[in-house]
Design a protein around this ligand. Structure first.
Ligand code: FES
Length: 213
């Protein structure tokens, strides 16, 4: 029997040779260090999402200046002249751990070599994502039949205005947009320097009522 093996009740390893004792000691030390290492690794893996959750608001606050910043959505060459393509960008208001949900889709129309239009995908009626139909050259909303021309202006349906449009510029060969603000009827996606033209409240129909005339 190996000198390292002991039967139950066999209490000491006094009978072991100094070499066997040293070996047993170094093995215990190794297993102890290995267990510490594994515990540290597991603790780190578990701590990352927790720390991200706790620090999320702080990171968000410190990053507040990024709201409305210029964000690259691709190279100009990614968008052929005359075509409209779907693109996405990382929202500047996302938090640590948002992952794919932090991406925002947009429609990019390249009008001319250095002229672009970038639209929010959300319908100006109630926010459903609109789709681009190249043959018809229309954006169509699947929810209530809203339709927009290729330049984003309203064509038909319940929306009271055209698609929300981001400001764009070329930074070298990169297409960048002014993003971060949620497009609503009160704020445009790019509203800092060129305020949204507010929609005038719908005029009440002035119909004469026969028994009042
Ligand atoms: Fe698009 Fe209503 S949400 S038409």
């Amino acid at each position: 029997m190996s000198p390292l093996l002991k039967y139950p009740g066999e209490s000491s390893n006094d009978a072991l040779s100094p070499e066997a004792k040293a070996f047993a000691h170094s093995r215990r030390t190794f297993l102890f260090k290995l267990s510490i290492l594994l515990n540290a690794a597991v603790g780190t893996v578990l701590a990352v999402p927790l720390v991200g959750y706790l620090l999320g608001p702080v990171v968000k606050d410190s990053d507040a200046g990024a709201v409305g910043s210029w964000i690259k959505i691709g190279e100009a060459d990614d968008f052929p002249v005359g075509e409209t393509r779907l693109a996405d960008f990382q929202s500047p208001v996302t938090q640590l751990g948002d992952g794919e949900t932090g991406k925002v889709a947009c429609w990019v129309r390249r009008v001319a070599d250095r002229q672009f239009q970038v639209f929010a995908v959300n319908c100006a009626h109630l926010g459903c994502p609109v789709r681009w139909f190249a043959q018809a050259r229309l954006f169509m909303c699947p929810c209530h039949g809203g339709a927009y021309y290729q330049d984003g202006s309203r064509a038909a349906g319940p929306p009271e205005r055209g698609l929300f449009e981001y400001r764009t510029k070329l930074d070298g060969n990169s297409l960048v947009i002014h993003a971060g603000d949620m497009p609503t009827l009160a704020t445009q996606a790019s509203c800092k320097e060129r305020p949204l033209i507010q929609i005038a409240p719908a005029q009440a129909a002035t119909r004469s009522i026969p028994w009042q005339t």
